[in-house]
Design a protein around this ligand. Structure first.
Ligand SMILES: *Cc1c(COP(=O)(O)O)cnc(C)c1O
Length: 380
């Protein structure tokens, strides 16, 4: 199956990257554990599998799956041991001293820190911008590369990818979209005009909170070759067991997202009804009243599973975590487990002291609603 859009997302998720069915063989072959592969003769570059830093059949299947979900068999996908490794593998080979790189002020911390740290030290000029379409478009003038995370997190602001892609193309630069929060089923950056889409598969793509993964996908062969060469040389590769686990988990992406997104909207609605009473603010791009909703609605097919709310103070936020029976205090998002944290505890977001990022899992929506309501009522 090539990932053509004549099939729905649920079907595409189940079949993505699987080899043709073969008598007596599993649907998804198990992980291939190898450092060297048997490599006979002198035509070493003609063989796909010679040494496992360059390629491994378990990645090949996962990369085919990711490519199909991101847009089809004309897409090249590459996997990495974390989302941060994927970000580094795009930024380092595509930027030279003197180039301008545009990054959001509230981009994922490792992206921001790599930009203003290691890349700036190599002579890359970094322009930090707010998560705002007009600001990104203005900064794209003269930029070699624009990295946009939309929706951003924990801010949950949205950038108009079509508008930014058109501007970046006009200026002769490249647009990379971090699609971690939305996933390829929530938003298709390559269709919206991005040159590259990347994901931290540590979040929804794998969804069980048990592994780290990064992916990039592009139709641009020059970019794909540069990123692959970086991976060959820097050696930041995904282990075969993680690759296999990720591929296995991918099959349920659509059902997980469907459930999680519906519950996220229900909880956001429940929380929004308390704003002005005992909550200061609720953000979720799927709420029609949300400032990001109009643009999100134009470019997203699902609004994600992450929402934020502000119970007024750090103390009340901490007390809420103590009172919740089902919401696990943890960082990250996109897992089947409902998790939340007070973002300001890390000290590097612009989050208000009380701001809680809630990542909605696959538990029963009614149970989660009762758990949150009980904790909020007890701490108001
Ligand atoms: C988590 C995350 C990353 C980094 O991924 P790791 O797998 O933790 O390295 C990058 N971008 C976004 C938006 C993320 O949420």
């Amino acid at each position: 199956m090539s990932g053509e859009r004549r099939f729905g997302d649920g079907t595409r998720a189940v079949h993505a990257g699987l080899p043709p069915a073969e008598q007596g063989q599993p649907f998804l072959p198990g992980p291939t554990f190898a450092a060297p592969f048997h490599l006979r003769g002198d035509d070493v570059y003609d063989e796909r599998y010679g040494y496992a830093r360059y390629a491994n059949p378990t990645w090949t299947a996962l990369e085919r799956a990711v490519a199909q979900l991101e847009g089809g068999d004309d897409v090249t996908a590459l996997t990495f041991p974390s989302g941060s490794a994927a970000i580094a593998a795009v930024l380092f080979p595509l930027l030279r001293a003197g180039d301008v790189l545009v990054v959001q002020e509230d981009a994922y911390p490792t992206a921001r820190l790599l930009a203003s740290g290691e890349l700036a030290a190599l002579g890359v000029q970094v322009r930090l911008v707010p998560t705002d379409t007009a600001a990104v478009v203005a900064a794209a003038d003269g930029a070699a590369l624009v990295l946009v995370e939309t929706p951003s997190n924990p801010g949950l602001d949205v950038v108009d990818v079509r508008a930014v892609a058109a501007a970046v193309r006009g200026f002769g630069g490249r647009l990379v979209v971090d699609n971690t929060l939305a996933t390829p089923f929530g938003q298709r950056p390559l269709e919206l005009g991005a040159d590259v889409t990347l994901l931290s598969g540590s979040k929804h793509l794998t969804g069980h909170g048990d592994l780290l993964l990064g992916t990039i996908a592009t139709r641009d062969e020059t970019i794909a070759a540069a990123v692959r060469q970086w991976r060959d040389r820097a050696g930041a590769i995904l282990g075969p067991f993680e690759a296999w686990l990720a591929h296995r988990s991918l099959a349920t992406l659509d059902v997980r997202l469907e459930r999680q997104t519906a519950t996220a909207l229900a909880l956001a609605t429940l929380l929004a009804a308390r704003v002005g009473d005992d909550l200061d603010e609720v953000r979720y791009p799927g709420l029609p009243s949300d400032p990001a909703h109009a643009v999100a609605n134009r470019q997203m097919e699902g609004f994600g599973t992450v929402l934020t709310f502000d119970p007024g103070s750090a103390e009340r936020a901490r007390e809420l975590f103590d009172r919740c029976e089902l919401v696990i205090e943890a960082t990250s998002f996109g897992s089947i487990h409902t998790m939340a944290e007070r973002r300001a505890r890390w000290g590097y977001d612009e989050a208000t002291e009380g701001l809680i990022r809630l990542s909605v899992g696959i538990e029963d929506a009614d149970d989660l609603a009762r758990d949150l309501t009980r904790a909020l009522d007890a701490t108001r």
